[in-house]
Design a protein around this ligand. Structure first.
Ligand code: ATP
Length: 131
């Protein structure tokens, strides 16, 4: 089966570069499936999981936003953060979730509320993927 090279990069450096048969991810306007030969495009990603399929293996990554750039033989995911399930620290994510929930309950200004909402999404996404 044909593959496309998927490169995942964060501000901390490269996360992976391997061939996969399919990418499933969540763009801002909905679920997206990308196969080799896809027309070139750029899509903003949400705080969500990215699934990378190769033969019978599926790799999962927690990403917190960024962009997917697709060319027919190569896709690049430029993510703010990207972790595979094994590198997610569950305790840290649980603590981040609790902090965010407390901030959301407190009556703060809009900026803090939005920040807490995003922190909660990141924590819940990590917990979903790690478990
Ligand atoms: P925290 O409040 O725990 O830092 P956060 O959502 O604010 O959580 P980010 O700003 O998204 O953290 O990420 C900062 C760095 O820490 C990134 O390199 C990210 O991959 C890493 N990171 C954050 N949370 C976890 C976690 N639970 N397990 C592993 N790595 C994490």
């Amino acid at each position: 089966m044909s593959t496309l090279t998927v490169s995942v990069v964060t501000p901390d450096g490269p996360v992976l570069e391997e061939g996969f048969e399919m990418i499933s991810c969540k763009a801002a306007n909905g679920e997206l499936g990308v196969l080799p030969g896809h027309i070139p495009m750029v899509a903003p990603l949400t705080i969500s999981s990215v699934r990378l399929k190769h033969e019978n293996d599926t790799r999962l990554l927690a990403v917190s936003g960024g962009f997917l750039e697709v060319r027919p033989d190569k896709a690049t995911i430029l993510a703010q953060t990207a972790e595979d399930p094994a590198s997610i620290d569950i305790k840290r994510a649980e603590e981040a979730k609790q902090r965010a929930e407390q901030r959301l309950q407190a009556n703060q200004d809009d900026i803090d509320f939005r920040r807490a909402e995003l922190a909660l999404k990141r924590a819940m996404n990590r917990l979903d993927i790690a478990r």
